[in-house]
Write a protein that binds this ligand. Structure first.
Ligand code: SAH
Ligand code: SF4
Ligand code: F3S
Length: 449
């Protein structure tokens, strides 16, 4: 398949969520097919692609900053092609070409198969763009080129897009509608990873619980719980994780499937966003505080050792002190192991930007955000203290940054543990007893079991 591009070096920089990380691996695959070679050194690049995120204003600011840096590179080496791909490409479309002269091409998340053509135009001096969204594209047949440093853990995209229309969120606009990928291609990809020595896969979607694949030529219909089981059966020594679960759709079926398979990790990322039913309604999340608590209680009952993490947003339009307190009390109730916390950022086109004035002062957003972060630090510390004296199976991921004599890995609950190396190596499973902890890490000793 070699073409005139045989010697072109491709450098890809990725921002945003795990879906973007997975997409960059699709992009690398599409372009390696055409003879491009992925490089890690930007100075040796003939093509620079930046895979972008639009979720919050500051995510886009970071990309504009990078484009300034690419401008300097292009000054020295004018033949370098600079492309913007991903969510920001989809949101801004032609505007990116108009506003930033150094950008040669713009490609949205459903148009990556067209990248070779687009690049050909750009290399011929013609700026090019493809931001068509698709109802079907899942890149099901493409084998991603794994770009991650660690060769034991991989992301596997199981669906694309989102149908939820949370009132603050740009994702449905930049990623299009929800579609599920053929589960047989998912299992095949996971089997290939396992054969290559991978020990962990993370199944990715904006709302994995609504995974629903219908066969074209039969009555067959596969749910997320069924898919999870198919993937878990690939091998008992392959860990399975998934993200993100949506509280409105997370079913007991999924929890029972997790309980049945030891290799499905005991961790659920269940973004709450807010603890106030009034705010949740304004967010169009389609669940109440009570419903969310019901889901948490179900997790705690069916999976007593399951870690729970979340996303929380502060300063949503109209959020009162009372609403904010509801969020704090929900966090206390759940006792999250980990949380991602954000200040509300108004996004163009969304329902909130059109109908709900961004009326919470930044100082108030910051104050509430600080309170939430402080509380989460306390909760994270508490959950780590509860692990003291317990023994966990840990998958070794690498050598500790602080000492060559120490390894680090993760428990099923997704907590990082550091412990003495002995003769173990990356990819091994070891049993580790927790003897101490810092604010971010568990510290353990290997036990033989
Ligand atoms: N599909 C996932 C979320 C993906 S976006 C879900 O529904 O849980 C990741 C997180 O970014 C969201 O959970 C939310 O907390 C945050 N986020 C999304 N839009 C935002 C906005 N406009 N301002 C601030 N945070 C936002
Ligand atoms: Fe955005 Fe809501 Fe979809 Fe998550 S579920 S991606 S927050 S619209
Ligand atoms: Fe960002 Fe797009 Fe993910 S907007 S959070 S990279 S789906």
């Amino acid at each position: 398949m070699s073409t005139s591009h045989a010697s072109q070096n491709l450098y890809i920089e990725t921002y945003g969520c795990q879906m973007n990380v997975a997409d960059s691996e699709i992009v690398a695959s599409v372009l390696e097919e055409k003879g491009y070679k992925v490089v890690e050194d930007i100075d040796s690049a003939d093509v620079i692609l930046v895979n972008t995120c639009s979720i919050r204003e500051n995510a886009e600011q970071r990309v504009w900053g990078r484009l300034d840096v690419f401008k300097q590179i292009k000054k020295k080496k004018p033949e370098v092609i600079v492309g913007v791909i991903g969510c920001m490409a989809e949101r801004l479309k032609e505007k990116l070409l108009e506003e930033e002269k150094i950008v040669d091409l713009v490609v949205g998340p459903d148009a990556y198969r067209d990248l070779p053509n687009i690049l050909e135009s750009a290399e011929g001096g013609q700026k090019a763009i493809n931001v068509l969204l698709s109802k079907e594209e899942t890149y099901a047949d493409i084998s991603p080129v794994r770009l991650g440093k660690n060769k034991i853990s991989a992301f596997v995209s199981i669906m694309r897009g989102c149908n939820n229309m949370c009132s603050y969120c740009i994702v449905p606009y930049v990623r299009g509608g929800e579609r599920s990928r053929d589960p047989y291609t998912i299992v095949r990809e996971v089997e290939e990873l396992y054969q290559k020595g991978y020990k962990e896969v993370t199944l990715l979607g904006q709302n994995v619980d609504s995974f629903n694949w219908k066969a074209e030529d039969s009555e067959e219909n596969i749910s997320f719980a069924q898919l999870l089981e198919m993937v878990a059966k690939v091998s008992p020594s392959l860990r399975v994780r998934f993200s993100t679960s949506h509280p409105k759709d997370m079913s007991d079926d999924v929890l029972y499937t997790m309980a049945m398979y030891n290799n499905i990790c005991n961790h659920i990322h269940l973004p709450a966003q807010s603890g106030s039913t009034r705010v949740l309604e304004q967010m169009n999340r389609k669940y109440t505080r009570e419903w969310y608590i019901g889901r948490i209680d179900a997790i705690k009952k069916i999976l007593p050792n399951c870690a729970i993490s979340t996303d929380i947003m502060t300063g949503f339009p109209g959020e009162t002190d009372e609403d904010h307190k509801d969020t704090l009390s929900l966090m206390e109730y759940v006792g999250y192991d980990m949380a991602y916390m954000f200040k509300y950022s108004e996004r163009p086109k969304t329902y909130a930007s059109r109908h709900l004035p961004d009326d919470i002062q930044d100082s108030v957003k910051s104050q509430r955000s600080t309170e939430i972060i402080d509380l989460q630090n306390k909760l994270s510390e508490q959950t780590k203290k509860e692990d003291l004296g317990k023994t966990f199976e840990v998958l070794v991921e690498g050598t500790s940054k602080k000492s060559k004599e120490q390894l680090y890995g993760r428990t099923s609950q997704n907590k990082v543990v550091v412990f003495p190396r002995h003769n173990y190596t990356v990819g091994d499973y070891v049993f580790v007893e927790i003897v101490d902890c810092t604010s971010a890490t568990l510290i353990g000793e290997i036990v033989t079991k």
